[in-house]
Design a protein around this ligand. Structure first.
Ligand code: PYC
Length: 413
């Protein structure tokens, strides 16, 4: 029997150190505490250390590394948004993603596929044209295309006209990509730890200490620590954690389910999204179809997945790809989407001094990982929220300056 198998099989604990170093005990104090060891929290830790030399950082998580929404999304990367604020922000993220494997010397399996948002109605064609024009104006490659071009880009897609929702056109976004979601978290964890950042998993935060309107410490199940600044990056639990700091967020948390099939030979190159059919699907480099549909119809803090979800998704998938009827679904799951009223995130400073927030990601947290990490690190390090984040401030809801991004959603709501 191979030696390694025995060593792993007979050990009560996983016998290898995690790739972010040996676990240490919590210190009584840190310069910065980051709540949430998902992609965003880890990226922020890395950029704080690399760009600003701030390395006295503890990243805390109640579970295992990147086991929340980072592990549960469908790994789509794109910047074909509707608002200029959204397009500029996600475009910076796409550019960071494109260089990430090289910059951090870790293969995140970044794979540029092209992204097609199918339009089945006149209204959807209008929105696609609108998005294409805003994108082009800001230097982002998107265009409205018609069925003959769709057939060239994705010959497997059914373009039948005698169906409920014939395809009239699509928004084509050539830079649309997928990546290995776990690897994104792993690469940031490894690089941050190499610079001195401590990552403490299974260390749940239970309270935030505030004195004179300023965050001064964090209570955890492993003890209380004092700190100079706190960043919360806990997608799916944003309202719960913000409440510990006395903040009320305009967020409803709703499950979003997804699934993967058994692997099959590559046949689907682009990422396909259909708003009317409530489907988004890509084929991973391992050959699995990775897909999902609409958010659940009610708020809930649960990551269970349902038969109804699967039945509905398959019904719609078969309209687009009638030949996949025999494919088996291997796994299904749910993440929790923190939805804001305008479908844009909430990032930046808060009314509690030294308490920063990275939240409200709804269904687009994964694609924002590098830019959010980098720009939140800038906010925390300098105390100045950069221009690219200002439109997403919490106060926008009090100023009636929302950043309406619903029209760019791939996910049905
Ligand atoms: O916005 O591309 C997207 C997306 C797909 C699934 C969740 N979000």
């Amino acid at each position: 029997m191979p030696f390694g198998l025995l060593k792993y099989g007979l050990n009560r604990r996983y016998p290898k150190d995690p790739l972010y170093g040996k676990p240490k005990s919590l210190k009584p104090s840190y310069d910065v505490v980051i709540i949430g060891a998902g992609g965003h929290g880890l990226a922020a830790a890395y950029y704080l250390a690399k760009d600003y030399g701030i390395t006295d950082i503890a990243v805390l998580d109640k579970g295992y590394l990147a086991g929340g929404n980072t592990a549960r999304n469908t790994a789509i990367i794109r910047s074909n948004y509707l608002t200029p604020e959204g397009v500029q922000f996600y475009d910076e993220s796409v550019r960071l993603y494109q260089g990430l494997s090289k910059d951090l010397d870790f293969n995140i399996l970044y794979s540029e596929r092209g992204h097609l948002t199918l339009a089945h109605t006149d209204a959807a064609i209008r929105t696609a044209r609108w998005r294409a024009e805003v994108n082009k104006h800001l230097g982002v490659n998107s265009e409205l295309i018609l069925p003959d071009r769709i057939a060239e880009l994705c010959p497997e897609l059914s373009l039948a006209e005698d169906v409920r929702y014939p395809i009239l056109g699509a928004l084509y976004h050539a830079p649309g990509a997928i990546a290995r979601h776990d690897a994104v978290a792993w690469t940031y964890a490894r690089a941050a730890a190499a610079l001195g950042v401590e990552i403490h998993t299974e260390t749940e935060v239970t309270g935030i200490q505030i004195e004179n309107g300023r965050a001064v410490g964090v209570e955890t199940k492993a003890g209380t620590i004092s700190c100079g600044r706190v960043l919360q990056a806990v997608a799916g639990m944003s309202s719960v954690v913000a409440k510990m700091a006395g903040l009320e967020l305009p967020i409803r948390s709703i499950p979003l389910q997804a699934c993967v099939t058994e692997p099959v030979k590559p046949f689907l190159d682009p990422i396909i999204v259909s708003g009317s059919l409530h489907v988004y699907v890509s084929q991973s480099d391992r050959g699995e179809l990775v897909m999902g549909g609409s958010v659940d119809p009610y708020p809930l803090y649960s990551t269970r997945s349902t038969l109804e979800f699967k039945e509905e998704l398959m019904m719609h998938m078969l309209e687009l790809f009638p030949f996949i009827g025999n494919l088996r679904v291997l796994r299904q799951w749910a993440g929790i989407a923190d939805m804001t009223p305008d479908f844009s995130p909430v990032m930046g400073a808060t009314p509690v001094k030294n308490y920063y927030i990275d939240s409200g990601w709804g269904t687009w947290g994964f694609k924002a990982t590098p830019v959010c990490g980098k720009r939140m690190a800038e906010s925390v390090a300098t105390g100045i929220v950069p221009d690219v984040l200002l439109p997403f401030a919490l106060e926008r809801f009090f100023r009636f300056e929302q950043v309406g991004e619903r029209g760019a959603a791939s996910v049905g709501h």
